[in-house]
Write a protein that binds this ligand. Structure first.
Ligand code: AMP
Length: 477
């Protein structure tokens, strides 16, 4: 039961977190703009918690950052430390109770937590809390983490955070607010990104460097896996939290999730995506008149493809930028309707052309088919689909909403069958080797479980994954 719940009620996922320690600054307002820059990481709910050294205050709600906050509710968020969160999640967990940050009063004063990632041993941790008489209001792994922090041994927060790190298995990039300090914590595997930058009178932390740039931070660098960063009136200190494990940065951050103007592991995402497109053109060349992207996430890969193939790049689809990611819609029916609402084809560009359309991934296959149809109706003579990542055959338990085994089209069908189902003239996926060449890092550095099925810490979480696999098939089927 517990495992099934985890499986269908994933909570923290590929969200965005932000944190700031800056006396004399309107920290809530800066956090608002930081979250705005991280909106692509989650559109479901947003929240900010602030501490003034005595009290902590919180405002969070379902909706986009611009819908959740206005001058009236930002004004009471006074203080010099803030954390913020934007949440991304599946339909099953789309509930106000799971909006973040979480905020509690504890023996050491207020504690607030914003979490990006997903734990895989939540059932064990929940049972541990229940055994100590702690009740939980949601299935959210972040609630588990904050309760563990509130009840952990030790009278200093770093000690308590270390205790949490010794128990939690899975993906977590955290910003933590206490009465007098801001903490930033990255799990020992480094699944999700987390960066820090200097402000004129303090420090800011964010899931992606693009948000730090937005708020004017300088000296931006990544927080290493397993590290706790403590920021208070004494300055900034790095404290070892847990021994770093084999690096397991989620490769999907490069492919789809992160913003193209962010840096991860020292590389600009836009450049990496162009290289993915170049590799794709080498692996799956095709005679064509036009290369176009499924906007916006595949644009850099399409540019790379066009440059490598020496075929003109153009825009064939115009996206309504205000409709949001269709993936976020609560069910498949709405998701499919969302695609027609989202794109209009440019007939003048497409008429009579042999078109290469580049997308970054196929997950359930809901996007590709209507897009191919749209392009054909607009006059494209041939439609060749090229995907700048390998087939996604396995679900993600570390934080990306990738559906269940049964829903993943490449788990069920061969490339040829996917091509037929989608109705394209040809389909080519980038190979694993091509992807690794483009990211210029060895495979050992990444979590590629969604492509390979080899999950990190399988010996420790293997039972969970296998049971979850079974459950997911039942749920999905
Ligand atoms: P699907 O329609 O299910 O095949 O999803 C693939 C489309 O959704 C592609 O156009 C991707 O750019 C986008 N996509 C891939 N992964 C995700 C994700 N985790 N969240 C939201 N959108 C995604």
């Amino acid at each position: 039961m517990g495992i099934q719940t985890q499986c269908i009620d994933k909570q923290s996922e590929a969200c965005g977190v932000f944190g700031i320690y800056a006396p004399g600054t309107d920290v809530a307002r800066v956090t608002f703009f930081g979250l705005y820059a991280l909106q692509h990481r989650g559109q479901e709910s947003a929240g900010i918690a602030v501490s003034d050294g005595l009290r902590a205050t919180l405002h969070k709600k379902m909706g986009l950052v611009s819908q959740v906050f206005d001058e009236d509710n930002l004004a009471p968020l006074q203080g010099h430390i803030a954390i913020g969160h934007v949440r991304y999640s599946t339909a099953d967990s789309s509930r106000a109770i799971s909006a973040q940050p979480f905020l509690l009063e504890s023996a050491l004063g207020p504690i607030g937590v914003a979490h990006n990632g997903n734990l895989v041993n939540t059932e064990e941790l929940r049972q541990g809390l229940f055994a100590h008489g702690v009740g939980l209001a949601s299935y959210c792994d972040t609630e588990i983490m904050i309760q563990m922090l509130a009840g952990a041994p030790g009278d200093a927060w770093p000690e308590r955070i270390r205790h949490l790190m010794s128990k939690a298995l899975g993906a977590y990039s955290l910003t933590i607010l206490t009465r007098n300090a801001l903490y930033a914590v990255r799990d020992p595997w480094g699944f999700r990104p987390l960066s820090i930058g200097r402000l004129e009178n303090g420090w800011a932390v964010a899931s992606e460097s693009c948000a730090l740039q937005t708020v004017g931070a300088t000296e931006i660098r990544e927080i290493e896996p397993g590290v706790i960063v403590e920021i208070d009136d004494q300055g900034v200190r790095e404290i070892p939290g847990a021994d770093p494990e084999k690096s397991n940065l989620c490769i999907f951050e490069y492919i789809y999730f992160a913003r193209p103007d962010s840096h991860i592991d020292g590389q600009l995402i836009h450049e990496v995506r162009q290289s993915l497109g170049r590799e794709l053109a080498r692996e799956h060349p095709v005679e064509a008149d036009l290369v176009m992207a499924v906007p916006d996430s595949a644009t850099p890969a399409a540019i790379g493809f066009a440059l490598e193939a020496d075929i003109p790049y153009g825009e064939g689809l115009i996206k309504n930028r205000y409709i949001g990611r269709t993936f976020i819609q609560p069910d498949d029916r709405l998701r499919q309707a969302g695609i027609a609402l989202k794109f209009n084809p440019l007939s003048q560009t497409l008429e009579g052309k042999r078109v290469v359309v580049v997308d970054d991934s196929i997950v359930r296959g809901n996007t590709s088919r209507p897009i191919v149809e749209l392009l054909r109706r607009a006059g494209a003579r041939e439609v060749h689909l090229r995907i700048s990542s390998p087939p996604i055959k396995h679900p993600c338990f570390m934080g990306v909403d990738m559906a269940t085994y049964d829903e993943l089209i490449a788990h069920r069908l061969s490339v040829q069958e996917v091509c037929e189902q989608i109705g394209a003239d040809s389909l080519g996926y980038l190979s694993m080797q091509g992807m690794l060449r483009a990211v210029q890092r060895p495979m050992s550095r990444f979590c590629v479980a969604c492509f390979s099925g080899e999950y990190p810490f399988e010996e420790r979480a293997g039972g969970f994954i296998r049971e979850c696999e079974g459950m997911c098939e039942v749920v999905g089927g």
